[in-house]
Write a protein that binds this ligand. Structure first.
Ligand code: SF4
Length: 314
């Protein structure tokens, strides 16, 4: 094969994504205590969201580095993308609704599209009206429709408060009223306690555009691990919702997200390791050096979008 033919073929197979998603876990703090929680990071220091100038600078630098036209970004050797979405996650980001609102606005002004993933417990009507107009996707994590199961998983507030599905349905309706193009996404972590449940009625009530089913990933803890057959049975039980389903088994979750921790470091959940790998803080060394220190598996990243997954936010 000539050099020209080889180049032509590699150009043809080059994936083109609609958007690259950067997941920033803005805080480790959470009002829930899920036993499988992945939101624990090494290191000490003040979380970056409380430093307003450093946050603004990091967002500007991320935008320049991940901008679709920045040919210097190493991911550009393997794929193209048309836009960049900043997804805010936690911990529970809505413990800081004012900062969330300011960051969403700043990110949109820079050029990002924006999304948020929350456990839903602090999504009051007032907060919803404040943030929904700035979002393209609102994600809510929801593992069970059963109070005892939610309690056993640890999905309850410090005084035992549980998420009321009817209240969640009302705020989702309010969010849709505030932003008619808003996409609603639900995330469910399948674990040893909810793996036999049927969530179909709950899903029909909340009517999300996407439902991401994640298999409990034993990075921080092995607690609540689910067997292959129980996970597959859970997916099969909900297969009739196939048009909104997005399923992630453990291998698909490893090294395939772009993730920043609360201290402003890229991190990855490398296969076979019991803790995360971290870069230096982006505000200290810039996104280029920080990203080079950790990286991402571009093939898995693309598979999320181009296969059945199509979504690379946490
Ligand atoms: S809601 Fe999310 S961040 Fe909070 S404890 Fe549960 S898994 Fe962790």
């Amino acid at each position: 094969m000539t050099m020209t033919h080889s180049l032509t073929r590699s150009w043809r197979v080059r994936p083109r994504l609609s958007e690259l998603v950067i997941n920033w876990h803005i805080t480790e703090a959470c009002n829930y205590r899920c036993r499988y929680c992945y939101a624990h990071w090494d290191g000490n220091g003040r979380e970056l969201i409380h430093n307003i100038p450093a946050t603004a600078q990091m967002l500007e630098n991320l935008w320049l580095y991940f901008h679709p036209k920045n040919l210097a970004n190493p991911l550009r050797r393997q794929m193209d993308w048309q836009g960049v979405r900043l997804n805010l996650a936690g911990g529970e980001p809505l413990l800081y609704p004012e900062r969330v609102s300011q960051i969403l606005l700043a990110a949109r002004n820079i050029g990002f599209t924006t999304s948020l993933i929350t456990n839903g417990s602090l999504l009051s009507p007032a907060v919803t009206v404040q943030i929904a107009p700035h979002l393209s996707v609102l994600g809510v994590s929801l593992d069970s429709g059963q109070s005892p199961t939610n309690r056993l998983i640890g999905r309850q507030g410090p005084h035992g408060q549980l998420l009321i599905v009817e209240q969640l349905a009302e705020v989702i309706e309010e969010a849709r009223r505030c932003n008619s193009s808003l996409q609603i996404k639900l995330n469910t972590v399948v674990n040893a306690l909810n793996c036999h449940e049927d969530l179909s009625v709950l899903l029909q009530r909340l009517a999300p555009q996407r439902w991401k089913i994640l298999r409990m990933l034993p990075v921080i803890t092995n607690e609540l691990m689910v067997s292959d057959s129980d996970f597959q049975d859970f997916v099969a039980r909900h297969q009739h919702l196939g048009h909104i389903l997005c399923v992630e088994d453990n291998t698909e979750m490893v090294e395939s997200y772009l993730m920043i921790d609360p201290l402003g470091r890229f991190f990855q959940n490398a296969s076979g390791q019991s803790s995360y790998r971290y870069s230096c803080p982006i505000p200290d060394v810039g996104p280029e050096q920080a990203f080079a220190e950790v990286g991402v598996d571009a093939a898995k990243f693309c598979a999320r979008y181009l296969g059945h997954l199509e979504d690379a936010s946490v």
